[in-house]
Design a protein around this ligand. Structure first.
Ligand code: PA5
Length: 441
């Protein structure tokens, strides 16, 4: 079971930069309202809470076929349609392509160099392409799919489309074209809350992970996070702490630091979830991903002595699943003390030391303690962050399930790419180009 250690957020431990119990108590009426929003289930975006009890048989059947037929599995998606699969892959099957088949590629951008490299590495007769887009219209995903669709003509590679069950261009195309398979993204589950639906679960099964274990872990966390009382609900407490630090202590940067290479993409997944859900109407705190112990040699100086605007969340893994003893060599040197210890011991000692150093300097931090990185604990982590984000959105009084402000840049792009109906945006871009040249050296 994952535990949240928040001692280093409290004044009792870190002094005046911490929060008092009184502050958390005073938040209780707002917390009760946020809980009511969640429990009432009025906002359709809360549909991610139902994913724990889905039927996974179609996902398992599709994955079995892919494992049997395909040498490579290529995901095309972006944002919520790619970060979840990336996180599962790295956590559950690190360095996957060097060890296992089908090899997995996740192409989540429009960089032609990356795409060309991926294409040069796969055999289109032995590849399943999994195109993932909830809306079915995202330009980045659909443009790379269009390239592959053309290339797949006359080849025996297959396509699985993961998209809305009824709406969108991809659904239309899949139905007209008779794709090998389609898998549904439940209509009310938003992209960044979709890791525990076919978006992430198909990849999990293809990579040899039992997706029901992910869901079982998520269900366990759901149970723990159903208590209305913030002191008894780890996700509510986590959200309350970050909210109070932002609103009352002006700490509006949240640093996510897993001490596990396998959890590096989890920090990126969290950052998208937190940013796109909460960054609205001038509110939200800015998340940034980091990695221990590496960033102790890069960013830690800033956390310790820079502006008093950050809260650090560590993710500590108790059992890394492998360990290596450091041999007792170099006996007469200053590094002899390392001999006889293990790398896992050093890794966890560094994590604990960093927590303590920050606390001693009066810098607030919290730690999520994860017993080990397996499917059930990944499910717990996903659900924990999703419900914490939704709850925090309700504390801010914003809708954590929309993303109104990503539209403007999309519309300018449509204008530049000549999409009908976006002529005004094209004109605006041209005007702006003129303006910018005056200030170029
Ligand atoms: O969280 C979100 O809604 C977004 O990040 C989407 O996942 C992203 O824009 C991709 O959208 P789609 O799945 O429709 O292609």
């Amino acid at each position: 079971m994952i535990e949240l250690d928040f001692a280093n957020m409290m004044t009792d431990i870190i002094g005046e930069n911490g929060l008092s119990e009184r502050q958390v108590e005073a938040l209780k009426p707002a917390a009760a309202k946020a809980h009511e929003e969640i429990a009432s289930r009025e906002k359709p975006g809360l549909a991610f809470m139902d994913l724990v009890k889905q039927d996974t048989s179609a996902i398992k059947d599709a994955a079995r076929e892919i494992r049997n037929d395909s040498e490579s599995f290529l995901i095309l998606g972006i944002g919520g349609s790619a970060l979840g699969p990336k996180t599962i892959l790295e956590a559950m099957s690190p360095m996957h392509n060097l060890r296992k088949t089908p090899r997995v590629f996740i192409y989540d951008n429009v960089d032609p160099v990356t795409f060309e490299n991926v294409l040069s590495l796969i055999d289109l007769d032995k590849t399943t392409v999994n195109v993932i887009t909830k809306s079915g219209s995202t330009a980045e995903t659909m443009s790379s799919f269009m390239v592959l669709y053309e290339k797949l003509k006359g080849r025996s590679g297959k396509v699985v489309a993961t998209t809305d069950p009824e709406k969108g261009y991809l659904r239309q195309i899949a139905e007209a074209d008779g794709f090998s398979k389609t898998l549904p993204i439940p209509p009310d589950v938003g992209g960044r809350y979709s890791v525990l639906c076919p978006v992430g679960l198909l990849l999990a099964e293809v990579a040899g992970v039992d997706c029901d274990e992910l869901l079982a872990g998520a269900a366990r966390m759901q149970e723990r996070c159903s208590d209305p009382e913030p002191w008894k609900n780890p996700a509510y407490l986590y959200g309350s702490m970050l909210y109070l630090m932002d609103k009352e202590e002006k700490r509006n940067i949240t640093v996510m630091v897993p001490y596990s290479d396998r959890l590096r993409p989890l920090a990126e997944w969290f950052c998208q979830l937190w940013s796109e859900s909460l960054g609205k109407l001038g509110m939200g705190s800015t998340p940034y991903p980091s990695i221990g112990a590496t960033d102790q040699h890069s960013q830690m100086q800033l956390w310790m002595e820079g502006p008093q605007d950050k809260v650090v969340t560590f993710i500590r893994v108790e059992d890394h699943g492998a360990d290596i003893t450091i041999p007792r060599v170099f006996k007469d040197t200053g590094v002899a003390y390392l001999g006889g210890h293990s790398l896992g011991e050093l890794f966890n000692a560094e994590e604990e030391a960093t927590e303590l150093a920050l606390a001693t300097a009066g810098r607030p931090n919290m730690t999520l303690k994860v017993p080990k990185v397996d499917a059930a604990h990944m499910g717990e982590l996903f659900y924990f962050f999703e419900i914490a984000t939704a709850y925090t959105g309700f504390l801010y009084g914003i809708n954590p399930f929309n993303q109104p402000s990503v539209e403007m840049s999309k519309n300018f792009t449509y204008g530049m790419m000549g999409r009908d109906g976006y002529e005004a945006q094209r004109e605006e871009v041209e005007k702006a180009r003129g303006r910018v040249t005056c200030w170029r050296l």
